[in-house]
Design a protein around this ligand. Structure first.
Ligand SMILES: [Zn+2]
Length: 271
């Protein structure tokens, strides 16, 4: 059993980028913790910030349950303000403490080195989580955390969400888990209504003609989300070379790349 910790900015980041893989890891007996940095309180055209914060925990916990996630740690920073409400050093320290306390073996997060990432929350989480994972075993980093018996901790694998195909080289067959991925996403009702409403805004502004989308009530999001997720996972599967219908792709580093010194030897896969 490995301990997996996912650091995301918003409830639904992980589901979009890695929901099938996380469900598969949980199903194989690995213990998954989800750390949600923000409270999603900017994500609606309909609800107030207060209403959004009110539904957030319910939606995040429902999605986590659908994926078999063991625990959720919400940090409660304001959506869209993460990089401005806290310093990079504080956020990195918060993440490092969680890694040390939970003894994370595998960390999933946004990719700090991907270009064209438009969301400041994603960039902030990516940098803080990857640095925390890389240095949690160095006793002189955040040495004050180690005074109460907490120990430095070595993280063996970092898996980065990869939006761009060129960043994906570690692929996971999620044929048995695409349903759970979609179910988990759909538990994020406020976010899915927003996703469809946002598509409709782009469509209307563009003047293009997509009749089914123009006619769609954003609250009837289930089929649209399912169709989009299946199409995306199918495209990844086609690039992956795996014999599967649906896949997710990542940039992954394990054991600091030491495998290159051990040619001919193979490490076992967890998923
Ligand atoms: Zn996000």
């Amino acid at each position: 059993m490995k301990r997996v910790v996912v650091f995301e900015a918003h409830g639904d980041d992980m589901e979009f980028m890695a929901g099938g893989t996380i469900a598969k890891l949980a199903d194989r007996g690995h213990e998954v913790t989800l750390v949600v940095a923000t409270d999603n309180d900017k994500g609606s055209f309909e609800l107030s910030a207060e209403e959004l914060r009110g539904v957030r925990d319910h939606e995040i916990n429902g999605a986590a349950e659908a994926l078999g996630i063991e625990r959720v740690i919400p940090l409660g920073y304001s959506d869209g303000e993460l990089a401005y409400q806290t310093t990079p050093g504080e956020l990195r320290g918060t993440f490092m403490r969680i890694i040390r306390e939970l003894k994370a073996d595998i960390v999933f997060t946004w990719d700090p080195f991907t270009p064209y990432e438009g969301h400041a929350d994603h960039r902030a989480v990516a940098v803080a989580a990857s640095e925390a994972a890389s240095f949690a075993n160095f006793p002189l980093y955040y040495a004050e955390q180690l005074t109460g018996g907490l120990k430095p901790h070595y993280v063996s694998e970092q898996w980065f969400f990869a939006k761009a195909p060129r960043d994906q080289y570690k692929y996971i067959d999620i044929d048995g888990y695409i349903g759970k991925k979609i179910e988990a996403l759909c538990r994020h009702e406020a976010q899915m209504v927003l996703t469809v409403a946002d598509m409709k805004i782009h469509l209307e502004a563009s003047g293009l003609d997509v009749p089914w989308l123009a006619a769609l009530d954003p609250h009837d999001y289930h089929e649209t989300i399912a169709r989009r997720m299946k199409a995306a996972a199918k495209a990844v599967a086609e690039r992956s070379g795996l014999a599967c219908e649906y896949a997710e792709g990542f940039r992954r580093i394990r054991y600091g790349g030491i495998e290159s010194l051990a040619r001919g030897q193979e490490l076992a896969e967890d998923v």
